[in-house]
Write a protein that binds this ligand. Structure first.
Ligand code: PMP
Length: 361
């Protein structure tokens, strides 16, 4: 037996399974498994990528000033309280590395995003899972689970994979009730889909124990370039900046993200289409006897009668060239998560689920 062993906790991490993008023997699949923007990246971002090619021999910016300034301008934030990362995944990792270690606890909710547990275990800390109420984040359960060892609480608002969210009054009650050594991380990966919601940015400005994370992978359609950011009190930014690799973001990714965040018209169009098609899809599925939770994001969580039925439906959809997401790993075995695609994809997935419910296998 080798004496070279990983740190405690590492082998407790289940390998992350991403959304599938292929079905054996089926061409032209419609991929509705990773909450990607069906309209792709903004044309301005595509132009920025092309322009960036001529400078690829140069190292990228280390301070990300141009992107941070653009984000700050568009969202009305302070640029010196922003940190950019390789997707918001990297910001989550920085937070765990910086604030949680052996003996510390990190809270996430029952159906919370997989990276919270992965990054917690990778940092040598202990993940603590708390119950939700009917697939909605429950502030009381979180507060009850806090101990003197709790260092971080992660909630995604809206949450993935449930799509549900809690109001700011509840978020504020949570921030107010946390022990003093604990940071609240508001993961706003889907915040842009909620009209008039700032992802908790104002709360970050008002308090010293709240951090917000955001991404360019969803509404901005840049999942393939990996850009996310965090908004935090200056002391937290100082801490995270010390562990961030100096060239963590490529010049291409930085240029595309900056162009995207400035393309307000494209973002608005994507948001409006998502809102319209999400309502249509939820209603169509309900008519086929498949209820969904009230989603505030770019996907819906479709509930079936049993795990078997959900799996059978998923298998049938695959034969029809449709890929959706099984979420048994998120302790939702009866459910399938379906990204809100463009109109044709929404119609196709609703039609096929209708066929399945009518007996097609
Ligand atoms: N948070 C949540 C809730 C997510 O669903 C995702 C993507 N699946 C992320 C964070 C990470 O996104 P990215 O690293 O692409 O920014």
């Amino acid at each position: 037996m080798t004496k070279i062993v990983p740190q405690p906790g590492i082998m407790d991490i289940a390998l992350y399974e991403g959304g599938k993008s292929k079905v054996e023997g089926v061409s032209n699949v419609i991929k509705l498994s990773s909450n990607e923007n069906p309209f792709g990246p903004s044309p301005a971002a595509q132009e920025a990528v092309k322009r960036s090619v001529h400078e690829l021999h140069r190292y990228p910016s280390t301070d990300h000033a141009e992107l941070r300034n653009a984000i700050a301008e568009v969202h009305g934030l302070n640029a010196d309280q922003i940190i950019c990362g390789v997707g918001s995944d990297e910001i989550i990792t920085f937070l765990c590395q910086a604030y949680a270690g052996p003996g510390d606890e990190v809270i996430h909710t029952e159906h919370g995003f997989a990276m919270y547990r992965i990054s917690t275990l990778a940092a040598g800390a202990t993940p603590v899972e708390v119950k939700e109420r009917e697939r909605v984040t429950d502030v009381d359960s979180i507060l009850e689970a806090c101990t003197e060892r709790t260092r971080l609480v992660f909630i995604a608002n809206p949450n993935n994979p449930t799509g549900t969210m809690i109001g700011m009054a509840e978020v504020e009650r949570l921030a107010e009730g946390l022990p003093e050594q604990c940071l609240l991380v508001l993961d706003g990966a889907y915040a842009e889909y909620v009209e008039g919601y700032d992802g908790g940015a104002k709360l970050v400005d008002m308090r010293d124990n709240v951090v917000m994370t955001r991404t360019f992978s969803k509404l901005y359609g840049l999942g393939g370039l990996r850009v996310g950011w965090g908004y935090a009190p200056r002391e937290v930014i100082d801490v995270l900046g010390r562990i961030r690799g100096p060239f963590n973001l490529s010049s291409t990714a930085l240029a595309a993200a900056e162009a995207s965040v400035r393309d307000l018209a494209f973002a608005e169009k994507c948001r409006d289409e998502n809102t319209r098609l999400r309502a249509w899809l939820s209603e169509a599925l309900a008519e086929h006897g498949v209820p969904t939770d009230t989603s505030t994001a770019n996907f819906v969580l479709a509930r079936f009668g049993s795990q078997q039925e959900a799996e059978d439906c998923d298998n049938y959809l695959q034969t029809q060239g449709l890929i959706v997401r099984r979420v048994a790993g998120y302790k939702l075995p009866n459910c399938l998560r379906i990204t809100v695609g463009d109109e044709a994809s929404c119609r196709r997935v609703a039609y096929c689920i209708g066929q399945f419910k009518a007996g097609a296998r």
